[in-house]
Design a protein around this ligand. Structure first.
Ligand code: MLT
Length: 385
């Protein structure tokens, strides 16, 4: 029986999706893996491993590029936890504008003051006055599933909202409140925003994007919210900017030892998606994508292979992970037609260096055909489903 390994606790809503599979945290040589935050860098991926599904958006805990070379498809669940993260960002905007965290700590210090608490509160509250977010300018860097929800919600709260995203999809552009101003790049956000929130994946291009230079380009007293990944920020530069007052608050879901206790740094323990609603949504989406890939070869929301899905036609389906090179499709078609087999449907797409094809044929695919396809240079993995 096919096995699906859970590398973390996953919402039980995924359980019925894997009915008929061995599914648990002790599966040897699995064909699929469900993961949340477990670091897979040293996980010994076996020959049978077809795919990994991350119940979440970020995939920096998975060796995505190495898996692409082995024909292991990595899925994520964009949007499934977006509402949870959006709600946290809205909370953080208020934390950024007002001295709520300091005020709560101070009120705790009044324990034991008995009847005096009321008087002390009125006398001491002046130290904790803050600003409203209404009318302030928010810059949203990254207009993916989370960024657009944050932008729209902030707009509804009366903020002026700027958004920047070089990869803004037509779908997301249409979902944006028309009053959100899409600007040409992050520089304009750094220059104009009172609050900045970052919603981009951690990549070699985004690593360290919040650095001395970009912080210098910001308005004095800016509030920066980073719920994406800690490595997007150069922590030393953030600390300096907090000390100089350039940055009034740095609010992050990814604390590092040197930020804890620094004035103006508000550190949360990676709570963005920690709601049962988000965990359920992510688990169900990841499980459905993984199962659809295992059973039908369809790819939805992969970070290392293209999105390719097709309704089944013909008798058998051949799925091919391959390099994105010229003449691959012609070679597949030639190998299949040389066997006298008719192709009912063929879909093949590329993403970066890799490509993926689904070929529905009108006969069974015998081992000989599979071997011939496997031998074509640039083919990584062939499956019949
Ligand atoms: C994500 O990548 O989806 C969020 O950081 C939440 C999580 O890691 O689960």
């Amino acid at each position: 029986m096919a096995g699906i390994l859970k590398l973390n606790a996953i919402s039980p809503l995924a359980d019925p999706i894997f009915a008929g599979y061995e599914y648990g945290d002790n599966i040897k040589d699995p064909m699929g893996i469900m993961v949340r935050s477990a670091n897979m860098a040293d996980y010994p991926a076996g020959e049978n491993l077809l795919a990994v599904a991350r119940a979440g958006a970020g995939t920096n805990n998975i060796p995505v590029a190495e898996y692409a070379k082995k024909g292991i498809v990595v899925f994520n669940t964009p949007g499934a936890n977006a509402n949870a993260v959006k709600e946290l960002v809205i909370c953080e905007l208020f934390l950024g504008g007002r001295k709520i965290t300091e005020a709560i700590d101070w009120v705790k210090s009044l324990k034991g003051e008995g009847e005096n608490v009321g008087k002390l509160v009125e006398k001491g509250k002046g130290k904790f006055a803050g600003h409203e977010i209404y009318g302030k300018t928010l810059g949203v860097i990254g207009l993916g599933a989370i960024g657009i929800m944050v932008a729209n919600a902030a707009k509804a709260l009366g903020m002026r909202v700027l958004g920047a995203d070089p990869f803004l999809s037509t779908h997301n552009a249409l979902m944006l409140d028309p009053a959100v101003e899409v600007v040409a790049g992050n520089d304009e956000i750094y220059r104009r925003a009172d609050f900045i929130t970052v919603h981009v994946p951690l990549t070699p291009q985004t690593k360290g994007m919040l650095n001395r230079q970009t912080l210098d380009a910001c308005r004095d007293g800016v509030v920066i919210i980073n719920n994406s990944r800690g490595e997007l920020a150069d922590t030393a530069a953030v600390k300096e900017a907090l000390e100089s007052g350039k940055l009034s608050r740095y609010i992050t879901d990814f604390p590092t030892a040197d930020l804890i206790g620094v004035d103006g740094a508000i550190c949360l323990p990676h709570l963005g998606a920690s709601t049962p609603e988000a965990e359920d949504n992510c688990a169900v989406m990841a499980a459905n994508q993984l199962k659809d890939y295992i059973e039908n070869g369809n790819i939805t929301n992969s970070v290392n292979y293209p999105a390719v899905s097709a309704a089944r036609e013909g008798t058998a389906r051949i799925c091919i992970c391959h390099m994105n090179r010229a003449n691959m499709i012609a070679q597949f078609a030639a190998a299949i037609s040389a066997k006298g087999i008719n192709i009912a449907n063929m879909t093949d797409k590329a993403k970066g260096d890799y490509a993926y094809g689904i070929i529905d044929i009108e006969n069974e695919a015998d081992d000989g055909l599979v071997r011939e396809l496997e031998e074509i240079e640039g083919v990584i993995r062939v499956r019949v489903v």
